[in-house]
Design a protein around this ligand. Structure first.
Ligand SMILES: O=C(O)CCC(=O)C(=O)O
Ligand SMILES: [Fe+2]
Length: 845
């Protein structure tokens, strides 16, 4: 079998197999690679051959890929030949009398050693993530195991249920008999509870590291003043009158009425060194079963308490050793059932029962110290702002700190099997529509604009109880496989995502939490970065939704900030309680274009609760249409394709070589399908707060009507094609900024119209040409003069010229801002009209 020499995928798993042409070495010509692997390799190490490490030269015209079919055939023929030769050799090695020759024995021994060292190398590389694929495969494999285990479990459960029914029939029978002979049925029932033994799946040893706060109970006994938490048969010591014990229950077992059982030995080995005893668990399970639809409750409890815990232990092999499993797993289960109508019942009953148990323990002289959990693993300490190490970090890097309510998984890079992220990235660049959302904020009493380009897909296609159709864009086909892969990895079926384009380092997102009620109780957020590296920062909050006047703005000053670099293809997963305790942001910094895909699960609206529809509406509002839903629906608001932005913001283009490109005459169908929209953006932290706390945010008081403009440019995805997407002209003037922005934009388009050049953009481009391409007519956003569209104000590598600055000042002053503010804003944000304008707005307040 040919393997991809980079990711080691077997022949049938190689994605788009190719050979690498630039290496002339004969030994390399039949080497086979996944096209994506080679792409990445060439980006990073273009001057060397993957296999022989020999020097190679790749220029613009170099053909990289060769046909792998022939090479694979040749390899197969060679292997066949080798097998034949080996057969002959083996025959030769066996002496006539059938005994192996010493030389052959030595050879086999050598091969065994090789095999061993290969496994060792694989093991090490897995640990060190040298072959990132290994982790993903392992996970897939474990998931497969899990599915099988689930199946088995379902069968077992069915059998158990049958046995239970039989048993309860017997019980009823025996009770009836005993009742007839005079004893109290209640007493009997109490004593008939299923005995808890080591064989009982509930007493899973895998719970030894479990901890929880609200549900904490301790091995305790009124006779043992302060038992060791891992004390022998802790559960059996607990008051049988309350929760039953093996000795008690077995003594009165209806199944063995005539055989009295001996009491449990006093020095049995520890069975349940957890603070949560089997009998308690049993009780919770019973109460849950009674309160909800039985199969769901039973499934939850059983899974929670036995197999699934084990599974988590396995799949989360990358968790630091000794990590607490139980509370997290409980949350995972809750999350899994988040969409089920049983969820709330499960949740409530669970809480009620566990609190009750806790109280009972307290009442039984359980001192608080005996509830402390001795084997609680030492939490990671966050030592301060830290970057991902330059050396190969574990993949995924895991930051899991219960005491700080932080759980992050960082895959760097994320390498989904059989899915080319290069293609995903290209498709986004080719087909995505970007909005820069404008909305009025009641809070600021002003027009706001989000600080990067955005769009939103998915959620639930449904109509609310009041008959309102929810805004909804179907997830584009080219992003569906990725959504599924990331969902599988996270164990959450994401049904939506938002995309962000940070065109340059000025685009950013302020500190915020992603926690929303409509994302469920414990939202998992997966965030894939493509393109330029960005800093991702986190700060711990005492209050993620601080009111004004909250000390330190709600920040927990005692915990240092945390930060790391999100590089191209970094996948960051924020899980557990993180959103309830941390804010995160991507600050302004110097960087090129970056795309972020942020996967979310929106809880579908339940039939008796209409409130979740607000969540979906909010996402669409702040990511897509702002205050202009109607216009968006009738496709009358502005949006940008990646190409549009490249042209508008020509400054970035100067970083990359120029190439002629034909401009298609019609907007692409794909793009049409995906929907159109306005300038779009992101709620900052303030807005998030508004979002969370004031779900009934006021509707904008202004309406907008669309009028066709005469903008004549026609090219792919163009928002400027008048027939397709006329610009908005608000019927009621929303703010000075609004109309002036439109006129500014119209003017900005003029130079584009004259340009027939387009810039191929590659995230892989790492070098910045020292000089600008001569004759470039496309200007950076803030450069062109509003009055002179054939501006001589060509951008320079050093930034906007004096003349362009003067025109920017003029524009801002025309918009109604003071000259002083305009000058300041231009100074602070050279070349970025959006930020200049935002600053003027802020200063005007
Ligand atoms: O761009 C990023 O990495 C973060 C985006 C983010 O936090 C969000 O979309 O909520
Ligand atoms: Fe976020």
């Amino acid at each position: 079998m040919s393997k991809c020499l980079i990711c080691q995928s077997e022949e049938h798993d190689i994605v788009d197999p190719v050979t690498f042409l630039p290496c002339a070495s004969p030994g390399c010509k039949n080497n086979v690679y996944c096209r994506g692997c080679l792409d990445r390799f060439v980006k990073d190490y273009a001057s060397k051959c993957v296999a022989c490490n020999g020097k190679i030269r790749i220029t613009r015209g170099t053909k990289l890929y060769g046909d792998a079919t022939a090479a694979m055939k040749k390899n197969e023929a060679q292997r066949e030949e080798a097998r034949r030769a080996e057969g002959l050799e083996q025959a030769h090695m066996v002496m006539k009398d059938g005994e192996l020759r010493a030389a052959y024995k030595a050879k086999i021994a050598e091969e065994d050693k090789e095999q061993e060292s290969l496994s060792l190398a694989m093991e090490l590389s897995r640990e060190n993530s040298i072959i990132p694929e290994v982790t993903a495969k392992d996970l897939a494999e474990l998931q497969r195991f899990q599915r099988e285990a689930d199946k088995e479990e379902a069968q077992k459960r069915a059998a158990e249920r049958a046995a239970e029914i039989e048993a309860s029939e017997k019980l009823i029978q025996s009770l009836t008999q005993e009742e007839e002979s005079g004893s109290s049925p209640q007493e009997k029932i109490k004593s008939q509870k299923t005995p808890i033994s080591d064989e009982n799946p509930i007493t899973s040893a895998s719970m030894t590291t479990s901890t929880t706060t609200s549900t904490t109970t301790t091995s305790a006994s009124s006779s043992a003043p302060k038992p060791k938490p891992s004390s022998p048969s802790a559960s059996t010591k607990h008051s049988p009158s309350k929760l039953g014990s093996p000795s008690a229950s077995t003594k009165h077992s209806p199944f063995k009425p005539s055989t009295p059982q001996p009491p449990p030995p006093s020095s049995t080995p520890p069975t349940m060194p957890s603070h949560f005893k089997p009998s308690d668990i049993q009780r919770v399970a019973e109460e849950l079963t009674a309160a909800t639809s039985a199969p769901v409750a039973a499934a939850v409890m059983k899974r929670l308490l036995h197999k699934r815990v084990k599974y988590v232990e396995q799949t989360m092999a990358f968790l630091p050793r000794g990590t607490t499993l139980f509370p997290k797993f409980l949350k995972t289960i809750k999350k899994r059932f988040a969409g089920s109508p049983d969820f709330h019942t499960l949740q409530t009953v669970y809480d009620q029962v566990t609190t009750k148990i806790q109280k009972e323990y307290d009442a039984e002289n359980c001192s608080s110290s005996s509830r402390s959990i001795p084997n609680k693993p030492k939490a990671h300490t966050i030592t301060g702002f830290r970057a991902l190490p330059d050396k190969i970090p574990p993949n995924p890097l895991l930051i899991d700190d219960d005491s700080k309510n932080l759980r992050l998984r960082v895959y760097g890079p994320y390498e989904p099997a059989n899915l080319s992220l290069s293609e995903v990235e290209q498709n986004i660049k080719d087909h995505m529509t970007w909005y820069r959302v404008k909305y009025s904020s009641g809070r600021f009493n002003n027009e706001c604009e989000t600080p990067c380009y955005t769009n939103y897909f998915g959620g639930v296609a449904q109509t609310s109880k009041s008959g309102e159709k929810l805004p909804y864009q179907e997830i584009p086909g080219y992003l569906k496989p990725l959504t599924q892969k990331v969902s599988d990895l996270c164990g959450v079926q994401f049904n939506s995502f938002l995309v962000r384009l940070y065109f340059n380092g000025k685009d950013n997102i302020a500190h915020h939490t992603d926690g929303r009620t409509f994302l469920g109780e414990i939202p998992t957020i997966a965030s894939l970065s493509l393109g330029a590296t960005a800093t991702f920062e986190l700060k711990r909050m005492n209050n993620v939704w601080p009111d004004s006047g909250t000390p330190d703005g709600g920040e927990d000053k005692s915990t240092p900030h945390l930060g790391f670099k999100c590089k191209d293809r970094t996948l960051l997963i924020m899980e557990g309680d993180t959103q309830d305790h941390w804010h995160h942001r991507v600050p302004q910094e110097s960087r090129g274009p970056r795309i972020n895909i942020n996967f979310r699960y929106i809880v579908p609206t339940s039939s008796n609760n209409d409130v979740d529809t607000e969540g979906q509406k909010k996402y669409y509002k702040y990511m897509v249409y702002g205050d202009y839903r109607e216009e968006w629906e009738s496709r009358k608001i502005d949006s940008w394709s990646f190409d549009d932005l490249m042209k508008l913001k020509g400054g970035v283009m100067s970083m990359f070589p120029q190439q002629k490109k034909e401009l298609p005459q019609e907007p692409s169908k794909e793009n049409e399908r995906e929907g159109v929209g306005v300038s779009g953006g992101e709620p900052n932290n303030e807005l998030n707060k508004e979002n969370k706390k004031e779900p009934t945010e006021k509707e904008p008081t202004t309406t907008a009507t669309a009028t066709a403009t005469s903008a004549p440019v026609t090219y792919k995805n163009s928002i400027f094609k008048s027939s397709a997407r006329p610009a908005i002209k608000p019927a009621v003037k929303r703010s000075n900024a609004d109309s002036a922005f439109s006129s500014k934009k119209a003017k900005l388009l003029q130079p584009i119209q004259k340009s027939s050049t387009s810039t191929p953009f590659s995230f892989a481009a790492k070098t910045k040409p020292k000089t600008l391409t001569p004759g470039l007519t496309i200007s950076p956003m803030s450069t062109p003069s509003p009055t002179n569209t054939t501006s001589t104000d060509a951008p320079t590598a050093d930034g906007p010229s004096e003349a362009s600055e003067a025109s920017e000042i003029k524009t801002l002053v025309e918009m109604g801002f003071s000259k002083e503010h305009a000058i300041q804003a231009i100074k602070n944000h050279p070349g970025d009209f959006m930020l200049q304008m935002n600053e003027c707005i802020a200063n005007n307040l």
